[in-house]
Design a binder for this molecule. Structure first.
Ligand code: ADP
Ligand code: ASP
Ligand code: MG
Length: 411
């Protein structure tokens, strides 16, 4: 008998009929001789609805109350799924994060899991139950409910699988695996059979929301393979695993995009030690995360600094610069919210020299201007005008010949 953890996302539990469909799949897995833990997201659209309500009531609401509210979506779906399983004649119990116990730090709305108890889950499994865990939530040292950030149910599932030493961790979603790029943007996207933790970490952090970044970090740390697949079919999906287990090492294995960032340029600041430190420590003190940074060469002792921050923090970042401008003496501050970041990712890039230049040339052929560039060992990212995002994804997919049969890319 194996221990199987299955996670079902919002679309997969988005209606009564879909919850019944999940119940049938889960019961089938149990009747095949397994113990089953199911982690669920809130029903599709519910988390957004709750966040909108909170913003309407009080846009400056505190994060503890935010978590009390948004965690309720998963309470609803987990209990409904337990009822649907019982209706099929199997035993089930739903448990909240606090009942599991999924302990987290106190950083409300983006809490990190610190420890998982699991005693109650084991007992419930041994009593013959399918255990349905409310995803996305945990409990902090004060006994308050916390949430794990958008997409956090993926992390709940992988963390529970690690803590209970599960044999399998399956993430069921609305696509049937991980593709070379978002299949909803590029119809040439091809399903991968395997992808390494490193590549998936990059894709997730560069915008591919199919898995939350922290779930991949967890899986990598504990060596848990994640099988991403569809809740609407039985076709095999994609396994996220160690690099050694990925048969082929593609130069570029995937393309990600993100429209979540905005760009700020501070013009005419003195080119001397301490200026960058003043700017970025003031921004960090507000809890704003800066992604790319470029500093121009200096002319006449003055320089320009360009960086990106999440669109949600754009106004806040501009206010912060305004507050410290007495100290830094900038001539002008220019912002741009209409940007997107398009990235190519692949472990084969480590050993190939011309990947970045091919990317730039492909964008140039479509007359897409590159505003910022950043690179790492296994990725190249370009900031471009937001309106060209989908076009850029498609032409890069073509440039790196990612379309094709349902096997991993070779080089
Ligand atoms: P769930 O609600 O099941 O958690 P999400 O909406 O969070 O599902 O993630 C699935 C979505 O991720 C897909 O519908 C797809 O649009 C998007 N996506 C982005 N990049 C990729 C990719 N490379 N492969 C597959 N899906 C991707
Ligand atoms: N319901 C949460 C969200 O929409 C968590 C999740 O679905 O993974 O972000
Ligand atoms: Mg998700």
């Amino acid at each position: 008998m194996g221990l199987v953890v299955q996670k079902y996302g919002g679309t997969s539990v988005g209606s009564v009929e879909r919850i019944r469909n999940v119940a049938r799949r889960v019961v089938k897995t149990m009747r095949e001789g397994n113990q089953v833990i199911v982690v669920v997201s809130a029903m599709a659209g519910e988390t957004d609805r709750l966040i909108n309500l909170a913003n309407e009531i009080n846009p400056e609401h505190n994060r503890r109350e935010h978590d009390m509210l948004v965690s309720s979506g998963e309470q609803v779906s987990s209990s409904l799924l337990a009822m649907a399983i019982e209706a099929l004649g199997a035993k089930a119990i739903s448990l909240l994060g606090s009942q599991v116990t999924i302990r987290t730090d106190c950083d409300h709305s983006r809490a990190r899991i610190t420890e998982i108890g699991g005693h109650r889950v084991k007992q419930a499994l041994n009593d013959g139950n399918i255990v349905v865990v409310a995803g996305f939530q945990g409990v902090n040292e004060n006994g308050d409910i916390t949430t794990l950030g958008r997409g956090g149910s993926d992390t709940s599932a992988v963390a529970v699988a690690a803590a209970l030493n599960a044999d399998v961790c399956e993430i069921y979603t609305d696509v049937d695996g991980i593709y070379t790029t978002d299949p909803n943007v590029c119809d040439q996207a091809r399903k991968l059979t395997h992808i390494s933790y490193e590549e998936m970490l990059e894709l997730a952090s560069l915008g591919a929301k199919v898995l939350q970044i922290r779930s991949v970090e967890f899986a990598k740390k504990y060596g848990i393979p994640i099988h991403v697949r569809s809740s609407f079919s039985d076709s095999p999906g994609t396994v996220v695993c160690k690099e050694e287990e990925c048969m082929e090492k593609a130069i570029v294995s995937g393309i990600a995009y993100s429209k979540n960032d905005s760009k700020i340029t501070i013009c005419g600041i003195p080119d001397r030690p301490g200026i960058a430190a003043s700017i970025f420590s003031a921004i960090a003190d507000k809890g704003i995360v800066v992604d790319m940074i470029i500093q121009n060469i200096s002319a006449d002792g003055l320089t320009d600094l360009t960086f990106t921050v999440p669109k949600l923090d754009y106004g806040h970042a501009l206010e912060t610069i305004d507050e410290i401008n007495d100290r830094i003496g900038a001539c002008e501050v220019v912002g741009d919210r209409n940007i997107a970041k398009v990235s190519i990712v692949g472990i084969g890039m480590r050993t190939h020299a011309n990947v970045a230049s091919r990317m730039f040339a492909a964008l140039a052929r479509e007359n897409i201007n590159i505003k910022m560039i950043s690179t790492s060992e296994i990725k190249v990212s370009c900031v471009i005008e937001e309106k060209y995002t989908e076009l850029a994804v498609r032409i890069l997919h073509q440039e790196f010949e990612l379309a094709g049969e349902d096997t991993n890319e070779d080089d």
